[in-house]
Ligand binder design. Structure first.
Ligand code: SF4
Ligand code: SF4
Length: 464
């Protein structure tokens, strides 16, 4: 007997198949991330949707869907489902407000360049800078890790007097980006170097002069597991016996001890810290290459930088500023380490992106909830030095990190700290639509599925 399907029945089955596919994908993703809770929920929901499809097909074949009441229930259910899905994509924030992109929105004339010594942890970095300068034998493990770019030594150098004529800036820009990714970067963006993003003085108090026109921002992403607060760091087994050395290693405090740090510890810390060095190493190589073309170029990374790296990364379109003070980008989430090459080589610049992260942060605040010292704010962004941003207490964070080097709670609990999977890409696509309903739902789902639990004691009394 030939069964004739009506439009709403086909629609219902198609919706069911789509949901089924999403749930299968979700279950697969969860399995890969070893999230047992999410896996069980995913499988249960998959079974539920799958059996609903089978029941509907059987009922149709037996003519039970032909009853007017069954048809009414089906049409109404599909209507409600459709309305709900549409609501998920209706922008409810961001579009109607005045431009307020955190980190890049400036009050004209109010944004002034700052001194590198005034940045978070600046006092400690200044001390380190002087120590290393005066006593080159006293290196930190941190310095050993980034030693391949040898502090200060290779950041700048002589420029070739045979200047290459640039005939096609677009092609050159594309080639430079490809090359930078080949030698180690995950993401690359280019922006104009505005003077307010150049520090007035370096960590040793020397005035900075950096008249370059462009900034090439290079980003390297840490593995998402290493950024998780509950992820065992490779050196954890040594933690109880060598806390001060390891705290020193991660905080950059000079290691002065008569005990020898075991070779395996150094190797494992080096592995963990590798990502800190990749950006700097790549920047040094790129700057040297540009100078060989006959254009000035200087590399900036970590405490050897003369520019504010995060604002430049935002301007270069690598992501948006999150509530946790990190740049959050589509490729590397909140786990990026950045370096910059400033230059006069003619290049095509990128534009800042607007992918709904700031609106999502307003619904989320998981980083604020998980920060053990409440260094991450709960409330709205504020204007600081002429720039709209969340007032992260960098000094509080830095002080805590010195004695708790494992704290990456604000990164590990962030819903953006996930492996790259299609299901997560779909979530990012939905977040970019800027619906409060979607953002609230996804934040709730992230908690419900047990993602990003903090391994550290959290002050649950504090809430904005
Ligand atoms: S690293 Fe730790 S202390 Fe610092 S802001 Fe993040 S959660 Fe707070
Ligand atoms: S945890 Fe939430 S609020 Fe914090 S940066 Fe990530 S998305 Fe934004």
């Amino acid at each position: 007997m030939k069964v004739k399907w009506r439009w709403y029945e086909i629609y219902g089955l198609t919706a069911g198949i789509l949901v089924f596919g999403l749930l299968v994908m979700f279950a697969g993703t969860s399995l890969a991330e070893k999230e047992t809770q999410a896996l069980l929920i995913g499988l249960a929901a998959t079974l539920g949707v799958g059996s609903a499809g089978v029941v509907m097909t059987v009922a149709k074949r037996r003519g039970k869907l032909e009853h007017p009441q069954a048809q009414r229930v089906l049409v109404w259910s599909l209507g409600v489902l459709t309305a709900f899905v549409v609501v998920l994509f209706i922008p409810t924030s961001g579009e109607t407000q005045a431009p307020r992109k955190c980190g890049t929105c400036q009050i004209p004339g109010d944004h002034k360049a700052t001194d590198a010594r005034k940045q978070a942890g600046g006092a400690l970095l200044s001390k380190l800078s002087t120590t290393v300068k005066n006593d080159v034998l006293t290196l930190t493990i941190y310095d050993i890790c980034i030693g391949k770019v040898s502090h200060k030594v290779n950041r700048d150098g002589p420029v070739s007097d045979q200047q290459v004529t640039v005939t096609d800036v677009t092609v050159l820009t594309r080639k430079i980006k490809e090359e930078v990714k080949t030698i180690g970067a995950d993401v690359v963006g280019i922006t104009e170097l505005r003077p307010e993003y150049v520090f007035t003085h370096d960590l040793e108090g020397n005035p900075i002069s950096l008249p370059h026109k462009y900034a090439i921002v290079i980003g390297v992403g840490l593995d998402h597991n290493l950024a998780g607060p509950s992820a065992p760091l490779p050196y954890e087994k040594y933690y109880s016996s060598l806390p001060e050395d390891l705290a020193a290693a991660l905080s950059g405090v000079t290691v002065k001890t008569d005990r020898e740090v075991p070779k395996e510890v150094v190797e494992e810390v080096q592995e963990t810290m590798k990502f800190f060095s990749e950006g700097g190493s790549t920047a040094v190589q790129l700057a040297a290459y540009i100078r060989s073309l006959g254009y000035p170029a200087r590399a900036h990374f970590h405490r050897w930088g003369e520019v504010q790296i995060i604002p430049l990364a935002i301007e270069a379109g690598l992501g948006e500023l999150g509530k946790n003070g990190m740049l959050i980008g589509p490729t590397i989430g909140p786990r990026g380490s950045f370096a910059v090459v400033t230059t006069d080589l003619p290049l095509v610049t990128d534009q800042p992106v607007d992918i709904g992260i700031q609106e999502f942060c307003e619904a989320c605040s998981k980083c604020a909830r998980s920060c053990p010292v409440q260094a991450v704010p709960w409330g709205d962004p504020q204007v600081i030095n002429g720039v709209m941003k969340w007032p992260l207490d960098g000094e509080k964070c830095f002080q805590y990190l010195v004695s708790h080097p494992k704290c990456l709670s604000c990164i590990g609990t962030c819903p953006y700290n996930k492996q790259k999977f299609l299901i997560h890409d779909i979530a990012e696509f939905m977040i970019a639509r800027k619906s409060v309903v979607t953002n609230t739902l996804l934040t709730w789902l992230d908690d419900f599925l047990g993602y990003g639990k903090s391994a550290l004691p959290v002050n649950t009394d504090a809430k904005g």
